[in-house]
Design a protein around this ligand. Sequence first.
Ligand code: ATP
Ligand code: MG
Length: 240
Amino acid sequence: MMSAAPATEDTPTVDDAPTADAPAPVDDAPVTSADAASAGARVVLNNVGHTFDHRDMLFQHVSLVLLPRHVYALTGPSGSGKSTLLSIIAGWVEPSEGQVRRERCGRVCWVFQNPHGVARRLAVDHVALPFVARGETRSQAERHALELLDDFGLRHRAYAPFNALSGGEAQRLMLARGVASHAGLLLVDEPTAQLDLHAADTVNERLHALSSSGAIVIVATHDPHTRDACTDVIDLRDFQ
Ligand SMILES: Nc1ncnc2c1ncn2[C@@H]1O[C@H](COP(=O)(O)OP(=O)(O)OP(=O)(O)O)[C@@H](O)[C@H]1O
Ligand SMILES: [Mg+2]
């Protein structure tokens, strides 16, 4: 595991990026997650800081370049601003300081803390629908969905309705659906917070499947096992 904060060979510093007075953020034409990797997608955070009360900064001086095929754990104590930074990266919240550029990322997909599925819809259909929405036939979509369910250890639950899944299964289903949605940027907030130890383990051991999606993946967590399952760590305590 490596830290995302210092630049490494394949984690260019913001110095490599266009300067702060470069053209505005490019949220350009939709690209799929597979394209995102080859299109040179990246998220550049340049000296980002945030406060809600105009007094104490939650975090500051966050300068990072986030790349496809990495799964970044965003860690820090409760209240340190993990969910806030996800919202800033998504473009939903304007940072108090600095800039975020999403370059060639395409679609942004959130996987929330509490998985919301459709109670009586089959697990496989939750994952097949994004494929159908992109024009695949029902049987093609189902085949692709079953492959993804297999990646997330859910093949045997494919024909169970959502409300029959355990917490860990439901959370993994949402991760699979995130990949199916072909987002270029996948933001996952506390995937194990509501889960018992065993269910959390089943989620953690499948997190690596996210990296193969070709998306830039950021997972906010304070679970050390989740952190260890990611490829890189961004610890907000380094930015206080
Ligand atoms: N919209 C908002 N307006 C004002 N304060 C907010 C807002 N959203 C979050 N906060 C505050 O900012 C701080 C950081 O919140 P945030 O949810 O980002 O933390 P977190 O690290 O995700 O915490 P947790 O681990 O508990 O999920 C908290 O003190 C929270 O109360
Ligand atoms: Mg949070």
